[in-house]
Structures are given as C-alpha cells and as structure tokens.
Design a protein around this ligand. Structure first.
Ligand code: ACO
Length: 429
C-alpha cells in the first residue's frame, strides 16, 4: 500500500481538512477516514458497507467491473484448471503455494486430524430430523472448542486449530448427512484425496458401494476452489468482526457459517434450484418470473443473478457453467433444470432491466445443478459452500489477528430515534 503523500481536501464549516489518499497494489484508491471524527466531528454513513473498505488485505483481489478474481495473485481460472483444493487452501492461508514436502506434510496433518470425537455423534443424533444442516454445522463447529482443549503455545493453538477445522469439517458435514438418513457413519480414509474422501464419507454404503468417478471428484474440486475466498463478503466480514473481539477461531467460523446460510448469500445455490423447480411447475413460464423480478412491488428476485461487486459476468460463473455442461455430458445426465436455467439466462441478459442494472448470473446460478449431478441433496448445498469457504475465512481471520494495527470492529451510527423523554409509569400511560 502506498500513501505517496496524496490527500483529499474536505471543506466543512469553512475549514479545510486533509484526508490521506491510499493506493492499493492494483491501483485502487481509498480515502483514509480513520481520523475524520476526531478532526471534524463527522462520521460517514454507508448502509450495507457498499462503499466502505473495512480492512487492508493481501489475500484476494477482485475487480467487479472487469470480472477478475485472484487468490494471492493467482487467477482463479488457473487454480480451477490446475490446482488441488488442498493446494488452494494452503495458498490462501499461508500466502504462497506449498512445495512437494510442505504439501505432503499438510496432507499428513489433515489425515491425522480428520476423525471427529465419537461423543459428538450423540449431539448429531439428537437434532430433530428436520434440522437444516447449516444450523447443525454451525453449532457443531462451535462445539469443537469444548471437545478440543487449549494447546500450549499460541502458535501451536492456531496451527492445530486451523488444521482441525479443515480436516474435520468434511467429516462433520458427511456425518450429519449419514445420521440424518439413519445410516452408519463412514470414517475418513487417508488413501483418498481431500475431495474423494468427502464423497466416500457421503455416499459409501455397505449394500451398494460408491463408484468413485474422476469427473465427479474433479467437479467437486472445481466447485470448492471457486468458492474458496471472495474478499470482504457478508460471511467473511462476519468472521472478521466476530474474530475482532478475540473469540476463539471455532466461534468466529461458526458465526461465518450462520452468515453464509442466508438466501442472499451462500443459500442462493439452494434458492436457485427452488426457483427453477417452481418455474418448471408453472409450465416453465420464464417471462412471468422475469416480470416479477422487475416489479418493485414484488419481493421476488431472480436468484443466482446480481452481485454487490461484479457488474459484469462473475468469472466463477463462466467456469461453473462450462463445468456443469461437461459434467452432465460425461455422466449422461439430462437435467431439465439446466435447460431452463440457460433459457432464463438468455432472456434475462437481453432484458433492458437486467442490462441497465448490470445483473449477470453469479457463481450460484449453475452451482446447484452441478451439486445435484454429484448427488448432493439440496439442503446440503450451502454446507458444500461452507466447506469450500473455510480456507478463505481462516486466511482472513489470521490476517486480521496478525495485523499490528488491529482494532475491535465497532462501527458508528446516525441516531434517528427519539430525543430525551421521560419514563411514564404504567398507570399513567
Ligand atoms: N433480481 C432482480 N432485481 C435485482 C436482483 C435480482 N437478482 N439483484 C439486484 N436487483 C436490483 C434491485 O432490485 C435494485 O434495483 P433498483 O436499484 O431499481 O431498486 C438493484 O438491482 C440493486 O440491487 P441491490 O439489492 O441494491 O444490490 P446489492 O448489491 O445490495 O445486492 C445481491 C446484491 C444481494 C447479490 C442481489 O443482487 C440479490 O439479491 N441477488 C439474488 C440472490 C443471489 O443470487 N445471491 C448470491 C450472491 S453471490 C454469493 O453470495 C455467493
């Protein structure tokens, strides 16, 4: 970050104030308002933090106008093409790609920590059968703190907690699926890759052994890499905000999982499938949905469309769409929802409203169809997203606690309520 002694001059009450202008490594400019209130008495107001930089970060770069996404400088397209999910996680958390020895040590550690305390199964078994897997995952991740005691040194505590989370989240997610179906839990296998291991724990069955297909393992790898980080989105900011109070990592990640659950964020992949199914049941009437999405008096939105940052095609959606086509082709699956999604996209992209509002498909528009093809039940879609976002959350949390200028997150507000008034006793109201 460079300051180059550039300033913005703010004139307020006939006085001028100099606010430093900061430049990021990709040339992005930002006004440093840290001292605005102490110098001028003013605060800024920015609902939904649409125009607020809450931190400096060297993890993920995205340019919403150009459709660019890079993890630690490496384009997501290259990672989706060539990297493993484990390498991507290592890259995000440690800031560089691992060499062979480091990757092998990382794999050993992940395998060593992949088992989940047997007593945790009791908790899983006692959730009502109708519980949403995201609620279960968030609770169980928080509960990990009770099962795994504090370690000797801060560094060891951080490293082992990070490894435990990365290793166990797959096991916990698959375990909740198996238990919800009344099936026996399948244990992790050290001979399988990160992605294959998860698929095996989800779908292996003594009566009908799971046929592991490379196309499916590859699809999961790409899905997880594409979702691994996305700078200061709702759930990542949640992890940073909660972490800023110096809670343990499990609690911060559990909060991130809860934030991700919402249909406007990670829950969109599940919401897209519901929307497409509803359209299908309504005789595939795409135009009716487009009309509803444009109607300001109707809360309906085209799920999987639009993004706070991307004002062009989400680069992840391009990869996801291509991968979706390939996967269904290789597996000889015909999914009517894919045809409907493509038609909907085509119509929306030509519609004036969507063009004027810069609304393009986001990563979740096609991701649900990929997950369906892999065999993931719809209510587990957002859990799949949570597993993939974990390395990003950890990297962002680590970066925030390592920041020498760290501050607890505590925004201001513009109060618009009553001025001082007196309490009225109940019999006089
Ligand atoms: N369908 C119809 N109109 C939309 C949509 C949509 N999907 N998205 C945005 N708009 C319209 C809004 O009505 C608004 O119109 P107006 O300015 O005429 O009032 C304008 O576009 C801007 O919308 P905002 O809600 O202000 O944009 P914001 O940046 O706050 O929201 C969001 C971004 C939440 C992603 C939004 O586009 C949306 O709700 N999309 C559908 C849900 C979705 O797919 N979420 C996944 C995002 S990706 C992810 O989290 C992994």
């Amino acid at each position: 970050m460079s300051t180059e002694n550039e300033y913005i001059t703010l004139i307020y009450n006939d006085q001028s104030f100099k606010l430093p202008l900061l430049t990021g490594s990709e040339g992005e400019k930002s006004i440093d308002i840290s001292n605005l209130r102490s110098e001028t008495g003013l605060i800024t107001l920015d609902k939904g933090y649409a125009n607020t930089g809450s931190c400096t970060s060297s993890i993920t770069f995205m340019d919403g106008e150009k459709g660019i996404l890079r993890y630690r400088g490496i384009p997501v397209e290259q990672l989706a093409e060539q990297a493993t999910f484990k390498e991507t996680a290592y890259l995000l958390i440690n800031g560089r790609l691992p060499n062979k020895e480091e990757l092998s040590d990382f794999s050993v550690l992940l395998n060593d920590h992949s088992l989940v305390h047997e007593d945790m199964q009791l908790f899983y078994q006692n959730f009502p059968r109708t519980s949403h897997p995201m609620g279960i995952l968030s609770s169980m991740v928080n509960a990990l703190k009770s099962f795994y005691p504090v370690l000797q040194t801060v560094e060891e505590e951080i490293n082992i907690t990070v490894t435990r989370l990365l290793a166990k989240i797959r096991t916990m997610a698959a375990m909740s699926y198996k238990i919800s179906r009344g099936h026996k839990v399948v244990y992790p296998r050290p001979d399988l890759s990160y992605c294959a291991n998860f698929l095996n724990m989800m779908f292996e069955n003594p009566v009908k052994p799971y046929q592991m297909r490379t196309e499916v393992v590859n699809a999961l790898r790409v899905f997880w890499i594409l979702h691994a980080d996305h700078e200061q989105n709702c759930s990542t900011t949640t992890v940073r905000v909660v972490g800023s109070g110096r809670v343990n990592l499990y609690a911060a990640i559990s909060a991130g999982i809860s934030a991700l659950w919402g249909p406007l964020h990670g829950g969109a992949n599940q919401a897209v499938i519901k929307m497409l199914t509803d359209i299908m049941q309504d005789n595939g009437d795409i135009h009716k949905s487009i009309k509803r999405a444009k109607d300001k008096n109707d809360s309906f939105r085209l799920m999987g469309f639009g993004h706070r940052v991307y004002k062009t095609y989400d680069p992840r959606a391009i990869i996801m769409k291509k991968m979706c086509d390939n996967l269904l082709d290789k597996l000889h699956i015909t999914d009517p929802l894919l045809d409907l999604a493509k038609k909907l996209e085509e119509v929306a992209l030509k519609d004036d409203y969507f063009v004027e509002h810069n609304l393009y498909p986001n990563v979740d528009f096609y991701s649900g169809i990929v997950l369906r093809a892999i065999g993931i039940p719809t209510n587990m879609f957002t859990v799949m997203f949570a597993i993939s976002r974990l390395p990003g959350w950890i990297a962002q949390w680590k970066e925030s606690i390592d920041d020498p200028n760290w501050k607890i997150c505590r925004p201001r507000q513009l109060f618009i309520g009553h001025k001082k008034r007196d309490f009225i006793p109940i019999d006089k109201r």
